[in-house]
Write a protein that binds this ligand. Structure first.
Ligand code: SF4
Ligand code: SF4
Length: 446
């Protein structure tokens, strides 16, 4: 690892030796006073204990490259690639460093300047890259691609395969996907375009259904819509909505991400609604950031308009102050904070409140609930070793609580936690808070 001089904070304008245009707003780099208070919140630092795998270390690296004091060599790239973009450092930083606004342009710069050096996405197999960019962001394609897995589950052949050891012969990428698959429950078909409010109408909302979420957890979208209906909301599920673009954006594919964002702005802009409801933290954070994502384009105003309306389902329901559910669901449960809900959107108490509304559900504290579980979009494909360490770390904490259910509000977290929890405690259910809330409102079996 090349040695770099620690940059000094100065009140005078900084004149770097031979600056490079890394796309970073230099003033934002100067916000970091190198206090190190963020390190204990950083998952990669907590696991590895190395300064260059901490937020402070990564900010040093980005500033040294921007200043021209350090070349963007392979080991520098490695430390930056290992960052989950979880933004736990933003929550921990007393100086208000906006780490996301540093790493995102810097990743674009790394991609532009990588030459023949393959980046994390380039190291994936063709099949993985194709699945990631051409299947996952399209709900209907993903649903179709998962048909064989659903059939295996429905016929019980999946358990036979597991017992036979044949799964060990699958190529690693397919085996990884298989291990992540949730248990699908009853499929109710596609959500209708409009679900009228029950009783007196209070609000009109649009529902963002997502891509991976719609394919892996269709029941959660149904439960979201039904809770909203029951609490007096007209629910519009716009046809033509597409992936929020987060998968592409975090993989430094900004052109495609902006194309998705522009389509969503046009689709959701067709009607006036009180809120656009999202039940997946990663999508919610991206949609709320459309003003920034679309900032340099002709769609900037539409991006701002859409972003203003976006609400996580838990934020919206808590503000609605509805009648509480009455059917008891006796459970000892924990809640894991998705990074893109607690750090990117600062939503922490509301999902817990939804769970506390459920009679006889006991919510117990989870150690390190705000430390990333290792899902982080495509991270579990590009950095499988660290993703596994963080997944297993999360599961150790969950097991220590004796919980019978784990709730979390993001598709990636649901898949990742399920993957590492199932082999040791298959009976512990991993679900979205809205799933148990619907059971408590409706009296349907949990
Ligand atoms: S990012 Fe914030 S908490 Fe971390 S070292 Fe810099 S100023 Fe301190
Ligand atoms: S975004 Fe997450 S992984 Fe990256 S430096 Fe910040 S805390 Fe660490």
């Amino acid at each position: 690892m090349a040695t770099i001089a620690e940059p000094a904070r100065t009140s005078l304008p900084v004149v770097p030796p031979s600056p490079r245009n890394t796309g970073i707003d230099y003033e934002l780099l100067l916000d970091c006073v190198h206090c190190g208070l963020c390190t204990a919140a950083c998952p990669t630092y907590v696991e590895l204990g190395t300064e260059m795998d901490s937020p402070r270390g990564r900010i040093y690296l980005m500033r040294a490259v921007t200043d021209g004091r350090l070349d963007l060599q392979a080991d520098v790239r490695r430390h930056l690639d290992l960052c989950l973009d979880c933004r736990a450092c933003e929550s921990a930083c007393p100086s208000g460093v906006r780490y996301g606004r540093l790493i995102e342009p810097f990743r674009l710069y790394m991609k532009k300047t990588q030459g023949n050096e393959p980046g994390p996405i380039d190291r994936l197999s063709r099949l993985q890259r194709w699945a990631l960019f051409h299947v996952t962001p399209y709900a209907e394609r993903l649903w179709l691609a998962l048909a064989p897995a659903r059939l295996l589950q429905r016929t019980g052949l999946d358990r036979l395969l597991e017992r036979s050891g044949l799964l060990d012969w699958l190529p690693p990428p397919l085996r990884q996907l298989y291990d992540m698959l949730p248990r699908w429950r009853r499929y109710r078909g596609r959500l209708p375009e409009f679900l009228p409010a029950h009783g007196k109408k209070q609000k009109v909302v649009a529902l963002f259904t997502g891509c991976a979420g719609a394919a892996f957890f269709p029941e959660t979208n149904w439960n979201t819509a039904r809770v909203l209906q029951r609490l007096g909301c007209d629910v519009w599920v716009p046809r033509g909505q597409v992936c929020c673009g987060a998968l592409h954006y975090h993989a430094a594919e900004e052109v495609k991400a902006r194309a998705f964002a522009a389509i969503n702005c046009a689709v959701f802009g067709q009607r006036t609604v009180d809120a656009i409801i999202v039940n997946a933290a990663g999508c919610g954070a991206m949609l709320k950031d459309y003003a920034h994502v679309l900032g340099p384009t002709a769609h900037a105003a539409a991006g701002r308009a859409l972003a203003r309306k976006v609400r996580d389902i838990s934020e919206f329901l808590v503000d609605l102050k509805p009648q509480r559910p009455t059917h008891p669901v006796k459970l000892r449960a924990v809640y894991h904070d998705p990074c893109h809900l607690c750090h990117a959107q600062q939503v922490r108490s509301q999902p817990r409140q939804l769970l506390e509304w459920v009679p006889e559900l006991t919510l117990v504290p989870l150690d390190e609930s705000e430390i990333c579980c290792g899902a982080a979009g495509s991270y579990n494909l590009t950095q499988p070793e660290m993703a596994q360490r963080l997944g297993e770390r999360k599961v150790r904490h969950i097991l220590a609580t004796g919980a019978e259910a784990v709730f979390t509000a993001n598709v990636g977290c649901l898949l990742q936690i399920g993957r590492y929890l199932r082999p040791c405690r298959p009976e512990v259910r991993v679900a979205h808070p809205i799933d148990v809330l619907w059971a408590s409102y409706s009296g349907e079996a949990w």
